[in-house]
Design a protein. Sequence first.
Length: 258
Amino acid sequence: MDPPFPPRYHERMSDALSSPAPSAPVPDPARLVARLGHVREWIFDLDNTLYPASNALFAQIEERMAAYMMRVFGLRRSDAQRLRREYWRDHGTTLAGLMRNHRTDPDAFLDEVHRIDFSVLRPDPRLRAAMLALPGRRIVFTNGTSDYARRVIAALGLDGCFEAVYGIREAFYTPKPLPAAYQRIFGADGLNPRRAAMFEDDPRNLEVPHALGVACVLVGPEARPDLPHVDFATDDLAGFVSRLGPLLRAAPRLESGA
């Protein structure tokens, strides 16, 4: 398994995120075209990105992770939740911390925590239309499993929008934001980072892609547009993506980064 984050990694990210988040301005069309005009590979995270965190789907998974830790380790709920958050902070995912510190069977854990109620999600025809208008390929890259991701995609009415779906098993159980996760998925996909854009709700997960030349969009109500590895921030994924298709079709194709 890959090493945990470098020393003080999570302290540095915590400091960056602790100050009030400035509101994300509506991007200037010329800047959108300049930064995204060459993109033909569109990478989307899944949870709290393709759907808003307010839907509370991932909150169900967090509760099931805590319940698993209570049952296996005999913890009180408050202690299980604290440990879950610590492992997420220090290792990228709760599962990565469990595997490193307790040799947890990843498949048994994932199968258990993904037994959730998908009915909280509703089809999103606005997002579907926006996705299909993007030029090039669209993929999903999640720290969950690809099977779980496909159930979320179906519940959102986004079937047929993505050419590929990659999860933690395809990354050999190495989670974002560890560099090896991107190397494995980008390599398996044949993706060219300099022709790609990535949409994520966790700013940690954009640092490595940004360093590789990927255009990075942070998604969510607290998305910070001022982080050095974030090109754009939005609290409305469908609205942001729906602007791109018409803009990129109307603008001359840019060759920079091709």
